[in-house]
Design a protein around this ligand. Structure first.
Ligand SMILES: Nc1ncnc2c1ncn2[C@@H]1O[C@H](COP(=O)(O)OP(=O)(O)OP(=O)(O)O)[C@@H](O)[C@H]1O
Ligand SMILES: Nc1nc2c(c(=O)[nH]1)N[C@H]1C(S)=C(S)[C@@H](COP(=O)(O)O)O[C@H]1N2
Length: 163
């Protein structure tokens, strides 16, 4: 199964073109190399709740992504609103992914507790928040990567629940 994955970067600096989006590149490499996933859509939006919500809805309802990985905007800064945007578009929470990422990340760096990342389901799309830094992305994604194919198989109904 070639999973359809969309990447959404929430970053004021990235949106203004002031920084190369290496975090999205890290996601792309991990998804393509370790999950044989296909990146079907990639977008950079500023840290604005409405814009993050609109992108998540389009990636789900129009592009029919199986998985959306967001990067950035999960911390405690006033403009960090990615979790709120995600909670407003999902139908059901799937907190285990965010819990597993924080648990694993905490063993690497106590500062990982600052991430307010959430994970949940809109329709048949799994949406998972990752932190903004390339290191945060790689460590968080590594924590859940093994379970993603099985989770997507059940969610999309395209695989038995024993995979
Ligand atoms: N998309 C990204 N690509 C590469 N590095 C990033 C990206 N987003 C964040 N970082 C880096 O991760 C670290 C912590 O991220 P933080 O969320 O505080 O970013 P920021 O620079 O405040 O983001 P913003 O673009 O929203 O202003 C910083 O060193 C930042 O440069
Ligand atoms: N594994 C891991 N998780 C991590 C980090 C990290 O370096 N490694 N950075 C943390 C930090 S410093 C912050 S502020 C939060 C939120 O990051 P964000 O605001 O860029 O989304 O993620 C945290 N999670």
């Amino acid at each position: 199964m070639r999973w359809k994955v969309a990447i959404l970067t929430a970053s004021d600096r990235g949106f203004r073109g002031e920084r190369e989006d290496t975090s999205a590149q890290v996601i792309r490499e991990l998804i393509e190399e370790e999950m044989s996933g296909e990146i079907i859509e990639y977008r950079v939006v500023p840290d604005e709740k409405d814009e993050i919500m609109a992108a998540l809805i389009e990636m789900t309802d129009y592009f029919k992504a199986d998985l959306i990985l967001t990067t950035g905007g999960t911390g405690l800064a006033v403009r960090d609103v990615t979790p709120e945007a995600t909670l407003d578009v999902i139908d059901r929470q799937a907190p285990g992914f965010a819990e597993a990422m924080r648990m694993y990340s905490m063993s690497k760096a106590p500062r990982a507790m600052l991430s307010r990342a959430v994970s949940g389901i809109r329709g048949r799309t799994l949406i998972i928040n990752l932190p903004g830094s390339p290191k945060g992305v790689s460590e968080n994604l590594s924590a859940i990567m093994d379970q993603l194919p099985h989770a997507l198989g059940i969610l999309t109904g395209r695989e038995g629940d024993h995979g």
